[in-house]
Design a protein around this ligand. Structure first.
Ligand SMILES: NC(=O)c1ccc[n+]([C@@H]2O[C@H](COP(=O)([O-])OP(=O)(O)OC[C@H]3O[C@@H](n4cnc5c(N)ncnc54)[C@H](OP(=O)(O)O)[C@@H]3O)[C@@H](O)[C@H]2O)c1
Length: 321
């Protein structure tokens, strides 16, 4: 099968031919139709999990994927050959990932059934970004009538987070450049901050001098000083996707804060699929390419300017979106 692999940390991802593995006890083999690209995919090659877990090289890249169960291993009862499924496939300890024509996954805990109304490319775009948006917004505990800033709203997670927060009845301040402002308003943003124009914190405080209730921070990293939290009113909450919250320091300021990792449980995946199929959650695919162009797609993700999700398709001769 064709797969996109890394042979070591800090190497260039490359297309390779690998044998198709047989599913072991409790596992399923999925013939993937599409894989979703996330920044974490290239961060893993950079060593994001180095020293945290063992890595098996060559490592098939990618987490998110959607396809059809090809075969099930011994003891699997919940899924059968022919089932449409989607979820997370990354298992760096076993060298497994979703940038491949076939991928193994545990039958329980990682995958959900995919309704026939939902295309594979949209499903592949969902797990990490959708679950992240779901978890991060939930952790802010933002309620109807409250104000939340989605910092990084223009990207894959941010666009989902805007919609999840708006569905809770919150007023959503979304960061973006002018080109994507209208789209973010369409999906639920009530205020736009052009982060390319002036610092986001200054703009939010100018509009809300008493502070806002919550922040979903998809931009700041651990090296940042926590300035984004300056937009919060006393008792407000900030949730970071990139470990940017110094929990003790935030508490000393009379604020709440947490660093979170998205959990794409089967229940969350099923809820996301239902929301997309029902039109309540829109997924914007802004770059689609065939599997062999994964290295270019990863470079594109690393370079920025994401205005939605990037999806790789396993069919050859796919035309870019
Ligand atoms: N903890 C978790 O479980 C988890 C889960 C999912 C994602 N994440 C992390 O969350 C982040 C976002 O993920 P994603 O998939 O949405 O990435 P993405 O699709 O690449 O989107 C990132 C967005 O942030 C924008 N941005 C960059 N600098 C900004 C700034 N200073 N102010 C406002 N916006 C800015 C980017 O625009 P420009 O490129 O134009 O600057 C881009 O639109 C990534 O770091 C990812 O690793 C963590």
């Amino acid at each position: 099968m064709r797969a996109v692999i890394a042979t070591d940390f800090d190497t260039e991802p490359e297309l390779a031919e690998l044998p198709v593995a047989e599913p072991g006890p409790g596992e399923v083999l999925v013939r993937l139709e599409a894989a979703g690209v996330n920044p974490f995919d290239w961060k893993v090659v950079d060593g994001a999990l180095r020293g945290v877990v063992e890595h098996a090289f060559p490592l098939v890249l990618g987490s998110d994927g959607a396809g059809v169960v090809e075969r099930v291993g011994p003891g699997v009862t919940g899924l059968a050959a022919g089932d449409r499924v989607f979820g997370q496939f990354m298992d760096v300890e076993r060298g497994r990932g979703s940038y491949a024509e076939f991928a193994l996954a545990p039958a329980e805990g990682k995958l959900a059934l995919l309704p026939t109304t939902l295309p594979f490319d949209l499903a592949a775009a969902l797990p990490t970004a959708g679950a992240g948006a779901h978890d991060f917004v939930a952790a802010t505990e933002v309620a109807a009538g409250q104000i939340v800033l989605v910092n990084g709203a223009s990207g894959g997670v941010g666009q989902a987070a805007v919609q999840v927060a708006a569905a809770k009845g919150a007023d959503v301040i979304a960061t973006t450049d002018p080109a994507t402002a209208a789209y973010l308003r369409e999906i639920g943003a009530t205020e736009i901050v052009d982060f390319t124009e002036a610092p986001t914190v200054d703009q939010v405080l100018a509009a809300h001098p008493d502070g806002i209730d919550a922040v979903v921070d998809l931009v700041s990293g651990p090296a940042d000083t926590g300035r984004v939290a300056d937009v919060l009113r006393p008792g407000g909450t900030i949730v970071s996707a990139n470990g940017a919250v110094d929990v003790d320091a935030i508490a000393e300021r009379g604020l709440h804060g947490a660093n979170l990792y998205a959990k794409a449980t089967p229940e969350t995946l099923a809820a996301l699929a239902e929301a997309v199929a029902g039109g309540e959650l829109k997924v914007r695919i802004d770059f689609k390419a065939p599997l062999e162009r994964a290295p270019a797609a990863l470079e594109r993700s690393r370079a920025g300017n994401s205005r939605g999700k990037t999806v790789l398709t396993m069919q050859e001769n796919t035309v870019d979106a």
